[in-house]
Each structure stands twice: as structure tokens, then as C-alpha cells.
Design a protein around this ligand. Structure first.
Ligand SMILES: [Zn+2]
Ligand SMILES: [Zn+2]
Length: 239
């Protein structure tokens, strides 16, 4: 697996909003600023044909219209979006709002499919969607990617909950919401990630969705199984 951290941040600082790319073609979340960020990092957007959305806060899906418009002008027209049924409606509304005249033509040209299942496969990966606890916002999900020899999880926005505990227990690498220094009912904090890292010493925990003060504090950590990445870093480089 090739796993690239496209963005490590929340809003209102220079780090890009949280988003992750697997094997150059599977993107988890497409937040505000995502397309510019992918472009800046030299990612070939035409290759991206699978978009998994963790939940429908703006900082996780607002750039989808720009992506759909761009894809419709390329040769590779397959787009698979994994989300909820109400989520599909939100994407359609957003797209029409952004590009009212182009939306019909774009949707006709693209081979756009929505998948609402909790379990599905993408290439060699068995993927499962798992409900997490993100304050009052429902539903919010994490994802687990299983291949023959590796399990990788993404918590999405969440507080410390049973689902996170489950993901931490089975994932070799877990990309974690680490927005805060001390976690609350909406987001995890450095305190939660430290707990997980101690409990599962053989598993690696990657911090993400960090707010400005959190990044500064997280960078001071010297814990061997906690990775504090920068935007664009590769956590796994594949074969
Ligand atoms: Zn959120
Ligand atoms: Zn968020």
C-alpha cells in the first residue's frame, strides 16, 4: 500500500484540511482547498477514481464540485463515491450550486457511481465503514482497509469511543483525529492518542485534523509509535 497524507489540519492555519490518498487513486475526504492542495503536491487527479467520505461537514467534502468538473474533461471518467444516501443529495446540491450550467453535461459525461454499502472492495482491499462518535453530528464514519498483510484505518472526525478502540486493536496503522490537546465529545486529543499508543505498542498511530496549538504540542512528542506527519508525507510507500 502507498499511503499519503494530503492534509493534516483543521481550519484556520497553514496546514491543509485532513485528507488521505491510497495508491494514488483512492481519496478519503475531499475537503475545502483539496483540489488546489492535490495540484500543488503534484498528484494526478485524473487517476483518482474512488472518493470515500467520512461525514458531511464542509471541511470533508466541499471540493467535490471542482473535482467532478475536472474529471469530466479527462479521458478516465470513472468516479465511485462511497457515502450515505443523504450525502449523495448534498453532493448533488453543492455541485449545482457551484456550476449550475455545467452540472447536467458533467454528470452525463462522467461514469459516476454512488455506493452506500458499509462493506465493499476496492481492488485488493476489503473496506469497511464503521460508525464513530462525532459530538451531535450524525452519522460520522471511519474506514478500515484490509489487504493480505496490512490493515490500515482512518478514524475520521471522532471522540474516543468503542469504534476507535476497535480500530486501534486491529489496525497496523491508524490515522487519528487528533484535533485537540485534550479530547472532548467531538474530537480526540493528544491525550487519547497517547492512551492508544500505550495500549497497542505494536500499532502505529498517525495524528491528523490537528488544530494549530495541537500541531505544536504533537511535534514535541517522542513516542515511537506515534507519527506526526506534515502535509504530503508518505506513511507507507508501497512496493
Ligand atoms: Zn466534522
Ligand atoms: Zn473536520
Amino acid at each position: 500500500m502507498k499511503l499519503q497524507i494530503i492534509g493534516t489540519g483543521g481550519m484556520w492555519h497553514k496546514e491543509a484540511s485532513a485528507s488521505y490518498l491510497i495508491d494514488d487513486h483512492i481519496l478519503i475526504d475531499m475537503p475545502n482547498g483539496s483540489c488546489k492542495n492535490l495540484y500543488t503536491q503534484g498528484v494526478n487527479v485524473e487517476k483518482i477514481d474512488n472518493i470515500l467520505i467520512t461525514h458531511f461537514h464542509g471541511d470533508h467534502f466541499f471540493d467535490i464540485p471542482f473535482y467532478l468538473l475536472k474529471k469530466s474533461k479527462e479521458d478516465e471518467l470513472d468516479v465511485n463515491v462511497y457515502c450515505t444516501k443523504p450525502g449523495k443529495k448534498k453532493i448533488e446540491t453543492l455541485f449545482k450550486l457551484g456550476f449550475p450550467n455545467a452540472s447536467k453535461k458533467v454528470l452525463k459525461r462522467l461514469n459516476l457511481n454512488y455506493n452506500f454499502s458499509a462493506n465493499f472492495t476496492i481492488g485488493d482491499y476489503e473496506v469497511s465503514r464503521i460508525k464513530v462518535s462525532h459530538g451531535d453530528f450524525k452519522p460520522a464514519y471511519g474506514y478500515i482497509f484490509k489487504s493480505k498483510d496490512l490493515t490500515v484505518g482512518i478514524t475520521g472526525d471522532t471522540s474516543y469511543c468503542d469504534s476507535v478502540e476497535h480500530m486501534a486493536s486491529i489496525c497496523d496503522y491508524l490515522i487519528c483525529d487528533c484535533s485537540l490537546i485534550l479530547g472532548n465529545e467531538s474530537h480526540m486529543g493528544i491525550d487519547d492518542i497517547k492512551k492508544l499508543a500505550t495500549k497497542y505498542p505494536d500499532h502505529k498511530f498517525v495524528t491528523s485534523h490537528m488544530f494549530e496549538k495541537t500541531i505544536k504540542e504533537a511535534k514535541k512528542l517522542k513516542i515511537k509509535n506515534i507519527i506526526v506527519p506534515n502535509d504530503g508525507d508518505y506513511i507507507l510507500k508501497g512496493v
